[in-house]
Design a binder for this molecule. Structure first.
Ligand SMILES: [Zn+2]
Length: 217
């Protein structure tokens, strides 16, 4: 899942205006921000396999630290704790922790059974919507659209940048998604890791948008 995680991040703002959109994006996409680092380090593994499913050409063969249920619960608690120690805002800390954990449950809907429950070998789960191309696209667009709408209803632009940076990001994310869906599989595992790390730009974009918008009440 790609767009759906950013939809969840957008929605975070509806629950509390205290944190920036960038922070909500970081939480919702946290385990996919750590994953490319572990891929490049060779700690987790992925294989390019065009037949893996109708949507993704990747076989996520080993990613227990980022994508096991227990791993995600630990990341969620850690993320919330770190935020709490820095900002002392319990409500936002809980929202952020839940956003980190939401990633696994959104992935669960689309992934073919490759998501471990526990780190290490054992049962792997996934409801497999990735076997249905249109179903996946509709779900991603739906979650993304609802999230973006909630963010828009929770905030208003302070200036023109507040409007256009938001529109720009929405268009950019949809473009990346379409290119990912229709483009050729990645050239190499290194390319996957590098592109994955580039997602930090989207987090920074979230901070930029949020700086130019304010709470709507
Ligand atoms: Zn993921």
């Amino acid at each position: 899942m790609f767009l759906g995680h950013f939809g969840a991040g957008f929605a975070g703002k509806k629950f509390s205006k205290s944190a920036s959109l960038g922070t909500y994006f970081m939480a919702a996409q946290w385990i996919d921000l750590v994953w490319p680092i572990l891929i490049l380090l060779g700690i987790e593994r992925v294989e390019i396999q065009p037949s893996a499913s109708a949507v993704t050409p990747l076989n996520f063969s080993y990613y227990p630290f980022t994508h096991s249920l227990i791993g995600v619960l630990v990341w969620g608690i850690l993320f919330g704790l770190v935020y709490y120690f820095i900002k002392k805002n319990l409500k936002v800390s809980i929202i952020l922790g839940l956003l980190v954990i939401s990633h696994w449950f959104l992935d669960l809907i689309v992934h073919i059974p490759d998501l471990p429950i526990f780190p290490g070998e054992g049962i792997k789960v996934g409801l497999g919507l990735w076997n249905n191309f249109m179903g996946t696209v509709i779900l991603e667009i739906l979650i993304f659209g609802i999230g973006a709408y909630l963010y828009l209803s929770a905030t208003k632009s302070k200036n023109k940048i507040g409007t256009y940076s938001f529109i720009g990001l929405v268009v950019f994310l949809i473009l990346i998604y379409v290119v990912n869906l229709l483009g050729p599989p990645p050239d190499s595992i290194e390319a996957i890791g590098i592109v994955g790390n580039a997602q930090w730009l989207i987090v920074f974009w979230g901070y930029w948008i949020d700086k130019n918008r304010e709470a709507n009440d």
